[in-house]
Design a protein around this ligand. Structure first.
Ligand SMILES: Cc1cc2nc3c(=O)[nH]c(=O)nc-3n(C[C@H](O)[C@H](O)[C@H](O)COP(=O)(O)OP(=O)(O)OC[C@H]3O[C@@H](n4cnc5c(N)ncnc54)[C@H](O)[C@@H]3O)c2cc1C
Length: 310
């Protein structure tokens, strides 16, 4: 029986594991893949204390930091992935592809996956001009024409961020009405560099040279007229949703309608007294590496107090 099982090996999981080992909590960490979502980034410029690091180097740094503490108190199982969790009054049981493990508490940090754009060319130009994170990659497109796909709050907030330094921003929304907060929409509309196209769906991402190069543009269709238009843009920012990795949890904890885990932001506790959650899998408003790591540390501090009391 462990004291704690941590599920996930992104910034949240790594931060929690280091803190758990240092507090001598008997912990099992289950990691499908090290590093989390920003592993695919060519450059992460806002991991505090590190002006610039590739996503892969960040993943390795997180892994090495955790493995430096593996031993008597911390067992790391990777690659493995949790497929189910059963929460009881006196314990939790986490089932993986290898076995079922028991603990007094569990911390779910299984993160999220971006909903990917599914049109011709999107896969080929992923991370070659087509990106899923404006805070991470936006500044690389300073003084360039860019497009944003997605008309919700994330799309409009991305557009506002890009308007600060891009030459022009065209936002495509498939709906006929704005889905973002009015104040955000108004701020975007007021900027002369902004163009908003409602009722439009992307049909193709293309580049130069046709394969293996970088994005040169985007084709989209006006749904009301059927007319196709081509945009010459060097950056495409996709904000069509985040899918939290919560399917494996079943009904163990309460989820929001968007399938994020509901947590108390002061403690990261979920609806089950033995389960905590942090990072992109939880229902926090903002999703960044530093936030995920910080919230996981907060959870760990609370778990530590809980274990000491029980
Ligand atoms: C392309 C891209 C670039 C980004 N760049 C930046 C950036 O530059 N700066 C920044 O601050 N933020 C960036 N972000 C956002 C940032 O990556 C996330 O906010 C952060 O990774 C969240 O960390 P997390 O640990 O909560 O979850 P994740 O990073 O999603 O990690 C989840 C972990 O859990 C594992 N896992 C999932 N399911 C299971 C399971 N069932 N069993 C075991 N393990 C499981 C995964 O393999 C992974 O290790 C970027 C996001 C994307 C998509």
């Amino acid at each position: 029986m462990y004291d704690l099982i941590i599920i996930g090996g992104g910034p949240a999981g790594a931060a929690a594991a280091v803190y758990a080992a240092r507090k001598r909590i008997k912990t099992l960490m289950i990691v499908e893949e090290w590093g989390g979502q920003s592993t695919v980034s060519t450059e992460v410029q806002n991991w505090i204390g590190t002006p610039s690091i590739s996503g892969m180097d960040l993943a390795n740094a997180l892994k090495n930091h955790v493995l430096a503490y593996a031993g008597e108190f911390l067992t790391v199982q990777s690659p493995d992935s949790a497929s189910a969790i059963a929460a009881h009054d006196d314990r939790v049981e986490v089932t993986t592809h290898k076995d079922t493990y028991k603990a007094k508490a569990a911390l779910v940090v299984s993160g999220a996956s971006r909903r990917k754009l599914d049109v011709k060319g999107a896969k080929e130009y992923d991370q070659k001009g087509l990106t899923y994170c404006a805070s991470c990659d936006g500044p690389l497109f300073a003084d360039k024409d860019v497009a944003v796909i997605g008309g919700g709050n994330a799309g409009f907030e991305t557009a506002l961020q890009l308007l600060a330094y891009c030459k022009s921003v065209t936002l495509l929304s498939r709906g006929t009405a704005f889905r973002a907060d009015a104040i955000t929409v108004e701020a975007a509309k007021a900027n002369p560099k902004m163009r908003i196209v409602l009722n439009a769906i992307p049909t193709e991402v293309f580049g130069d040279p046709p394969a293996g190069g970088f994005v040169k543009g985007l084709k989209f269709k006006h749904l009301d007229t059927g007319e196709e238009e081509t945009l010459d843009v060097e950056g495409i920012f996709v904000e069509i949703g985040l899918i939290p990795n919560t399917a494996w949890l079943g009904s163990a904890v309460e989820l929001t309608p968007f399938k994020q885990i509901k947590v108390d932001p002061k403690t990261q506790r979920t609806s089950h007294p033995r389960i905590w959650a942090a990072g992109d899998v939880a229902d926090g408003l903002y999703h960044q590496n530093n936030i995920a790591a910080g919230d996981a540390v907060k959870a760990l501090e609370d778990i530590y107090m809980y274990l000491r009391r029980s």
